[in-house]
Design a binder for this molecule. Sequence first.
Ligand code: NIG
Length: 394
Amino acid sequence: MTTVVDRIGLLVTNAPELGDGPLGLRHDAAVVIDGAEVVAVEASGAVADRRIDADGACVIPGFVDSHTHLVFAGDRAGEFVERMAGRPYAAGGIATTVAATRAATTAELLATARARLHDAWRGGTTHVEIKSGYGLDVEEERRGLDVAAELTDDTTFLGAHLVPPDFAGRSDAYVDLVCTSMLERCAPVARWIDVFCEVGAFDADQARTVLRAGRAAGLGGRVHANQLRPGPGVRVAVESGAASADHCTHLTDADLDALAGSDTVATFLPIADFCTRQPYPPGRRAVDAGVSIALASNCNPGSSNSTSLPLAMALAVREMGLTIEEALLAATAGGARALRRADLGCLRPGARADLAILDAPSYTHLAYRPGMPVVAATLVGGELVWGDEGSRNY
Ligand code: NIG
């Protein structure tokens, strides 16, 4: 069946060959979809079996959220209250969520993760990466990934999120478990492997070991890097050929040079910096240095309990010095690059038909109207997952 999203006032394609500037902008446009794929970008008035009327609104490629921890139980609101009163964020809080997640049934984990995904759709997100990391033993990590795999094909094995209490003082022994039986059990349902390289979690050598083992098992690398202080995470990510170094809150000039000369995307997670009272990452310096960047939500119960990419964009513009165009590209095409997905993050023929119809005439409103419900409808693979086919109301 063909579908047309018609009467688009301003269309962002992220395909420069289809329109103006890096966003590939088109006016008075239509996107034609066959099944789950974009097949054409045309002038308004295109014909198809089904018609969705954008009524002059702006349409963007859906957000590609390349860093989430959507599978978890419980909340840590108390920790947030303490942080707002001045207590710093520490890696150890992860253990609280590990206990709650282990105690939850699989049905509960799937239902709550699905509800978070539905929230993400309402904010215009059309693809999520989902990590394990709240199981921290062989079967619990596999269970987290099985739940994640119900919701996405970008699943990430994060057994190296924290050393669990039963391995206290024996972090090398835990890394050994992660790289042997845990990896063997998890690799069949994971596309990626990730490691939290940070004081209180895993050091540079342990991170290298985890990434090497993952690569040998056929998994691409990702690293939680330079979140709480300057450190070796970014350089480990680059040396290991990881697809993405995530957080990058504290970047030295050497880190920027290393990223700029590599295929590793710097994925910024400014909602986590907001919620943990960290400084914001040096987004402007990174772009000016030639670093390839992404913006993601980092949805998790400890440092960033939100799936809102519009909020991440607003923070990136207000606090990190990005232009609105750079922030939009980072949250769409940048996320796709961080996941090495050519089929996502743009609206050119052949791409997955993932898009958001805004309740606004321009993508500027994503940052200009912070906290407001700017997304009117969301399509994933050509299917309407949020909103309706009717007239918009901006
Ligand atoms: O990316 N930093 C490590 N992992 C998450 C936080 C997880 C938690 O606190 O539960 C993050 O911020």
